[in-house]
Ligand binder design. Structure first.
Ligand code: HEC
Length: 204
């Protein structure tokens, strides 16, 4: 028994030392154009899934999530902030998305892996060590609307998307409360932001 314990301790110690050597030696490749080892990928994907599920557990979706007004508002938000990386029906990803690792997934395919609450959590907080930003400076209303849009994305045609974008423009279109659109035009805070949004707080 005593030799068994000693052997386990020795193996653990070697693993820890090996890890430290790996980190300090610079042998680990952080290049974004060189895919993860299978074990790294497993650790990161499992940690992501478990973390999202655990953190979203207490979140409840608002009633009437799938209302047309919400979907239209979500389209506006998606077209302005998300399509650049994730693409949209008939809209290819922008250049900036091509070199990202991990790659921004096709949300028509992957949104169904998550509950409404989990999608909301992802949008609000983003995902560490990936290109997925946190949108916590946007109102919860906007984020739920974007979740409502994501729910419709699977099977959405280019024409359907175009109609939704049109509808959102008739609703007032997207406002970037930044230097190009002074608050004096009456748009500021129309989506209910409680405080000036950090992302847009850069001064002209
Ligand atoms: C700068 C690029 C970028 C932008 C902009 C961006 N994302 Fe992402 N997003 C990513 C990347 C990269 C991932 C993959 C993260 C991973 O693999 O863990 C991701 C992951 C996601 C996921 C999880 C999907 C999955 O398959 O696990 C959702 C949902 C998502 N994004 C929604 C959005 C929405 C909605 C917006 C707009 C509000 C947005 N993203 C804006 C890069 C981006």
């Amino acid at each position: 028994m005593r030799t068994f314990v000693a052997a386990v301790a020795a193996v653990l110690l070697l693993a820890v030392l090996g890890g430290i050597v790996l980190v300090y030696s610079g042998a680990y490749d952080v290049a974004a154009n060189n895919p993860h080892w299978a074990v790294t990928r497993w650790v990161m994907e499992t940690a992501r899934m478990r973390s999202i599920k655990a953190h979203a557990a207490g979140i409840a979706a608002p009633p009437g999530l799938g209302d047309q007004m919400r979907i239209v508002m979500g389209t506006d938000h998606f077209a302005a902030h998300c399509a650049v990386c994730h693409g949209a029906p008939g809209v290819p990803k922008d250049d900036i998305a091509e070199g990202l690792y991990p790659q921004p997934p096709d949300l028509a395919l992957t949104a169904k892996l998550y509950s409404d609450a989990e999608l909301f959590w992802i949008l609000k907080h983003g995902i560490k060590m990936t290109g997925m930003p946190s949108w916590s400076d946007h109102s919860d209303d906007e984020l739920w609307a974007t979740v409502a849009f994501l729910r419709k994305l699977d099977g959405m045609s280019e024409q359907d998307y175009g109609r939704l974008v049109q509808a959102s423009m008739q609703m007032g279109g997207h406002h970037h409360h930044d230097e190009s659109e002074p608050a004096a035009d009456g748009h500021a805070g129309e989506h209910g932001e409680a405080a000036p949004a950090a992302r847009d707080a850069h001064q002209p």
